[in-house]
Write a protein of this length. Structure first.
Length: 344
């Protein structure tokens, strides 16, 4: 990128005003700290720093290229002295804070899924619209690629991935075709995979858009461990939020949103049997719902930025210190993601 790069042209942050309105109030004090766990090209983070001049921000991303560009963008906006970039996966949140001697923060933000940079790059295999090697790694230094998954997973595992992560109706048939075809030659390119799915999915039962969309989504989630990482990161966020701190999450997939919704629900209600006449102090809710469900993009935003069509924004505020039993539970969940997709 050069000094003439227009970051706004290549990256339009989704629900930006809503996110700033949810994050900034928690940062209105000297020394406030925010963490953007999915920095991307820093569209949201730059706006957070502009709206909260007393705060500093830690930006985490496992894509080194995105991290470099985000750092450039924030420096160009004049906020470099209040910004710390960190190359890591977002489920390293607790370690990132511990390494910097930070016990608690005032806001944790996550914008899940692919960044604009990853979507627009044509050589990493994220998109079915461009023929490229089947890579799909958000962090190019990790070993597992989409090509590895397609070459080594058995038919049962491939079926599970396509069905669970892609909600693909023809998961079993697609998995069977992959296993059959790879016996002759490996699947190495996004174009090959797109043509395979196109040959399997009946014309009469295709969703809107490219029939390979769900398969590509499922592979990306599997390669990058996105749902497992989310299930481990949310409890870490709760463990490190100050009272009055806020957790703000944008999801683009029903499984992501379900995981966020279930996690927040744990702290939004009293943890006691129904009908108990007196609620013990340690069973009182410790989160307050700020969005009252999920915020969605309106028609005007979707017209400006089609990538916002599937967004679901949820936010909650920490209302009191975590009781000891929740500290223990979340510490366990941060290791295992136990509540995860199945609830707890």
């Amino acid at each position: 990128m050069t000094e003439t790069t227009d970051f706004n042209a290549i990256h339009q942050p989704v629900l930006l005003d809503d996110c700033v309105g949810l994050v900034a109030p928690a940062l209105d004090r000297p020394g406030a700290v925010a963490v953007d766990c999915t920095l991307g090209l820093a569209g949201h983070s730059t706006a957070f720093l502009a709206a909260a001049p007393q705060a500093r921000l830690i930006g985490i991303d496992r894509d080194a290229e995105a991290l470099s560009l985000a750092t450039e963008r924030i420096a160009r906006a004049g906020f470099a002295d209040r910004f710390t970039p960190v190359h890591a996966a977002f489920d390293a949140l607790g370690d990132v804070l511990e390494e910097r001697g930070i016990d608690a923060v005032d806001a944790v933000f996550m914008d899940l899924g692919l960044s604009s940079l990853q979507i627009d790059e044509t050589d990493r295999g994220f998109s079915y619209a461009h023929d490229a090697p089947l890579d799909m790694r958000m962090d190019p230094t990790q070993p597992l690629t989409a090509q590895d998954v397609l070459a080594t997973y058995d038919q049962r595992e491939l079926t599970r991935i396509f069905k669970e992560y892609g909600e693909e109706r023809f998961a079993r048939q697609i998995a069977a075709r992959i296993v059959r075809d790879r016996a002759d030659a490996p699947l190495t390119s996004s174009g090959q995979l797109t043509r395979l799915v196109d040959a399997v999915v009946p014309q009469a039962h295709r969703p809107a858009g490219n029939p390979a969309k769900r398969v590509f989504q499922a592979l990306r989630i599997e390669v990058n461990g996105e749902l497992d990482k989310l299930a481990r990161t949310l409890p870490q966020a709760a463990l490190h939020l100050n009272v009055g701190g806020r957790l703000v999450v944008e999801s683009y997939h029903s499984l992501e949103d379900r995981t966020v919704k279930r996690f927040m629900a744990q702290g939004l209600k009293a943890d006691v049997p129904a009908g108990l006449p007196v609620i013990p102090e340690d069973a009182m809710p410790f989160l307050r719902d700020l969005t009252h469900g999920a915020v969605k993009a309106d028609e005007a935003e979707i017209a400006r930025n089609p990538r916002s069509a599937s967004v679901r924004l949820r936010a909650a505020e920490m209302t009191r210190p975590l009781p000891d039993r929740w500290v223990r539970r979340f510490s366990e969940d941060a290791e295992s993601g136990a509540y995860g997709r199945s609830g707890r």
